[in-house]
Design a protein. Structure first.
Length: 156
């Protein structure tokens, strides 16, 4: 039997498989361009209104203004701790490596909380486990909350 037809068949199959593999890994369609960039879209939207809960839900953390490479994150719920203090509930990385900081903007109608997560200064360059921790940060207010809305500066 002549081995030439087998070689041609093997070559043709190899070329077909390579072509299919290349097309599967190829460039995207116009749909890729239509997708918003999550890094910028969260910051450019209007504040979101997380729901109120009866009590703080996560492990308590303290603010750390020295975090490195801070990024905005949303909080999912909040609790009224005192007349002039709220607690926001959110997910963050391992507290041994990641920290939280917050700023608030208060008006007569709302309290808007901008929550940021970043690497702790003492954890830069260290190996960190990738886990999500449910955490709570208490935030003092300049005046009693009253009937003002509590908003997250970043949508989730």
């Amino acid at each position: 039997m002549n081995p030439m037809p087998r070689r041609r068949l093997a070559t043709a199959l190899t070329a077909l498989l390579l072509g299919l593999a290349a097309s599967g890994c190829g460039g995207g369609t116009d749909d890729d361009a239509a997708q918003p960039d999550p890094a910028t879209s969260a910051e450019s939207t209007s504040p979101a209104a997380p729901s109120e809960v009866q009590a703080p839900l996560g492990d308590p953390v303290t603010p750390d203004p020295t975090i490195v490479d801070p990024r905005p994150i949303p909080f999912t719920t909040w609790a009224r701790v005192a007349d002039d203090r709220i607690a926001v509930n959110f997910q963050m990385g391992a507290p041994e490596c990641f920290g939280i900081d917050a700023t608030t903007t208060e008006t007569d109608e709302a309290v808007t909380v901008a929550l940021r997560s970043g690497t702790r200064a003492d954890a830069v360059g260290k190996m960190c486990v990738m886990i999500a921790v449910f955490a709570t940060l208490e935030i003092p207010l300049d005046r009693p909350l009253g009937d003002r809305a509590v908003l997250s500066a970043t949508e989730g």
